[in-house]
Design a protein around this ligand. Structure first.
Ligand code: C2E
Ligand code: CA
Ligand code: CA
Length: 687
């Protein structure tokens, strides 16, 4: 899930920037292309129409010349009697000039121009003095722009004086030749020679034409340029604004994506992405970091007792206290509900633990009316070395996995509500793997009867007679071998499978007892452990009765052991269950008496039959005078409450003698017998 989110963020980040840039670039290129094409079309149209009208004049002159030459009346001096233009006529085959009028400045450079308005190709020659116009290879006209500026400069230079002198009737200035008019109709004349075939193509009439570009043309052209430029500018602005908006929206989206709603601080996604990025790019690969999982233990309870809003206010306080403790290159984020993630720098793990404990002290007092618990799991990120044993930046870093390790370490504290710190190590990985394996196998193991019942006999220390036994589970697994209960019972207690185990054991013991009774063996009561988790069920007594009755075992041969810790739960329900069990004829014992908190108080209210003194009484420091005193008092107390006593974990003869002296009813310990398989126990009751 997180990986997918990470991918989306990365994609979004990349695609947004690229798409915006690409679209912007493409649009600008297209817009520039469109403007350039429009302007060149407009310029070409102006030039075309001008040249066409000039060509019409040259054509007219050529026709007039043709007629006059046929009539023998050519008048050269008056410019062919029509329009005052320089021209000459050339014989096409001999290249000889047959007739000329005015100065012939026609050069040899020439080409063909397509005049679309006339839909014909016309031969043009450059002027030898001012060769501004030429025909390009595609039939179009090329005008030398530099030439235009030069021409303008020249005209201005030549007419420096005339500008001021000559004034026409409109009050506008113009020179004597009418070349340049200042005012609305300033004109630039660019000479070009245009050829017309006459005398059935044998001769060429070449007249001097002028491409006249006046102020009006330039005004239209420049207006178009201005309008297009304005449009382009507006377009550019619109695109720019939308691009900026896009970037801002993207930024806001990212801020939202990375903001935690409850604390207004950073969230898990931010922690993951920025954390990984930071660790990969950090300036010194030698800096060591640890990922921390911090849990606000009482958060849910606090929300239940107050409100979610009040809970979130607390989360905010926690977040701001944590961020105030974070240094420049450290990070904190709120992951979910009661979970926070931190990335902390450290040199020495012990010092980091001390630092965290100090933070926890402050956190515990974050609210004046409450004292909260906070639990922390730490996972240090291993540094990586290359072949030369040099520390390098880790490339395969998975922050999520490191956080998960920190959570695993933290979970080891979850049995208590007190504040605490746990550091992750490889042992925890092994433990976790074991838990996973056991959880995975539990169901099939039950179906395939891999769980075995072992019996540990209980003896009367006064007479050495067998008085009872306790049924203890063992797991004979093909995959895992022979597994003692300490390795799997706590796991079943946590995952809830223990209730099925308790039923399984009860049913097997009932069956065994029934079988032995039927065979006439000297059966004694066998006690079966009932887990604390089982006691939540209100019909537990009925369930037990039904299982035993289904097999048909008399109830007096079954005893039920409840652990001392169960007596702290719902006392009323417990009394109710014990009372019912007793009514059904079962014996009930309190297991592990003295192992945890004193439950002397519970003793007087609970109608129990047997008190089992915990093995701890007969081990280590508790041995000796003080220990003996406690044991004898406990036996005395049990007797005064009409309860029998069983001493567990007794291994030595001295202890047996002492217990016999004190009037202890039974001993269950290695001194007499270890827990044994069914067939071995069978021999003891058959003896
Ligand atoms: P428990 O109910 O207190 O059982 C007594 C434990 O003390 C047994 O360990 C037994 O082997 C051990 N023991 C007895 N005498 C001696 C002795 O002289 N020296 C030493 N060192 N140990 C002695 P075991 O069989 O490993 O069981 C451990 C715990 O697992 C049990 O403690 C009980 O809490 C749980 N357990 C075992 N079988 C079941 C079961 O069927 N259901 C449930 N709910 N829990 C079970
Ligand atoms: Ca027990
Ligand atoms: Ca016990």
């Amino acid at each position: 899930m997180v990986k997918r989110q990470k991918k989306i963020v990365r994609k979004l980040k990349k695609s947004h920037a690229w798409i915006a840039c690409l679209i912007y670039f493409v649009v600008m290129v297209v817009a520039a292309g469109v403007i350039f094409t429009l302007l060149s079309q407009l310029g070409y149209y102006i030039v075309q129409s001008k040249l066409s009208s000039e060509y019409e004049i040259i054509q007219y002159m050529a026709k007039t010349y043709e007629k006059q030459s046929e009539a023998g009346t050519v008048e050269m001096s008056e410019g062919n009697g029509t329009v005052e233009r320089e021209f000459f006529v050339r014989d096409k085959s001999s290249e000889k000039i047959l007739c000329a009028n005015g100065e012939n400045t026609c050069s040899d450079e020439g080409g063909e121009v397509l005049l679309t308005s006339l839909s014909e190709k016309v031969r043009v020659y450059q002027d030898a003095n001012n060769g501004y116009i030429s025909a390009s290879g595609y039939g179009t006209v090329a005008i030398d722009k530099k030439g235009i500026w030069q021409e303008l400069k020249r005209i201005k230079e030549v007419n420096k004086d005339t500008f001021q002198k000559v004034e026409n009737s409109d009050g506008k200035y113009m020179d004597e030749d009418g070349i340049l008019k200042i005012g609305k109709t300033m004109t630039i004349r660019l000479p070009v020679w245009m050829a017309v075939e006459i005398k059935e193509g044998t001769q060429e009439y070449i007249g001097k034409a002028h491409l006249e570009i006046n102020l009006a043309d330039l005004t239209v052209f420049s207006m178009c340029v201005a309008i297009l430029a304005l449009l382009a500018f507006l377009f550019f602005i619109v695109i720019l604004v939308s691009a900026i908006r896009g970037v801002l929206i993207q930024r806001r989206m990212f801020t939202m994506f990375f903001t935690d709603m409850a604390t207004n601080g950073h969230n898990w996604m931010w922690f993951l992405l920025r954390g990984e990025q930071f660790l990969r790019k950090r300036s010194s690969a030698k800096d060591t970091y640890a990922v921390v999982n911090l849990v606000f233990v009482n958060y849910r309870n606090f929300c239940v007792c107050h409100s979610i809003e009040a809970g979130e206010r607390m989360l905010k306080k926690v977040y701001s206290l944590l961020s105030s403790h974070c240094k420049k290159k450290e990070m904190v984020a709120h992951v979910s509900n009661s979970n926070f993630a931190l990335l902390l720098q450290f040199e020495d793990m012990d010092r980091l633990v001390i630092r965290i404990r100090e933070i926890l002290k402050e956190l515990e007092q974050i609210d004046t009316d409450h004292r909260f618990g906070f639990q922390v799991g730490i996972s240090s990120i291993d540094i990586q070395k290359n072949e030369k044993d040099k520390v390098v930046r880790r490339k395969n870093l998975d922050l999520e996995l490191e956080y998960n390790n920190a959570c695993t370490a933290r979970a080891t504290l979850s049995d208590s509500e007190e504040s605490g710190v746990a550091v992750f190590d490889e042992k925890l990985v092994e433990e976790q793997k074991w838990i996973d394996l056991v959880t995975e196998r539990q169901k099939t193991a039950l179906e395939q009867e891999e769980f075995l019942v072992y019996y540990q006999p209980k003896y009367d220390p006064g007479t050495d007679q067998l008085k009872g036994a306790e049924a203890l589970i063992r797991w004979q697994s093909d995959e895992m071998g022979f597994v003692p209960p300490g390795r799997f019972i706590p796991i079943f207690e946590k995952n809830g499978f223990i209730t099925e185990i308790d039923h399984y054991m009860l049913e097997h013991v009932a069956k065994d007892q029934k079988g032995w009774l039927d065979q006439g063996y000297q059966c004694v009561p066998v006690s079966v452990n009932v887990s604390r988790a089982h006691f939540i069920e209100s019909d537990l007594a009925e369930q037990i009765r039904d299982i035993v009755d289904k097999v048909g075992t008399p109830h007096e041969y079954i005893e039920l052991e409840l652990t001392e810790s169960a007596f702290f739960d719902d006392k009323k329900a417990l009394i109710n269950t014990i009372t019912k069990l007793k009514e059904y004829g079962f014996s009930v014992s309190m297991d592990d008496f003295g192992s945890g908190y004193s439950s002397l108080n519970s003793l007087k209210d609970l109608p129990l039959d047997v008190l089992k003194l915990d093995a701890e009484f007969f081990r280590g420091d508790t041995r000796g005078k003080r220990g003996e005193l406690v044991v004898s008092e406990a036996i005395r107390l049990a007797k005064s409450l009409n309860m029998r006593t069983v001493a567990e974990g007794v291994e030595e003869k001295g202890q047996v003698d002492f217990l016999a002296e004190q009037g202890c009813d039974m001993i269950q310990g290695y001194y007499y017998a270890k827990p044994m398989p069914k067939n071995e126990y069978e021999q003891r009751i058959n003896g």
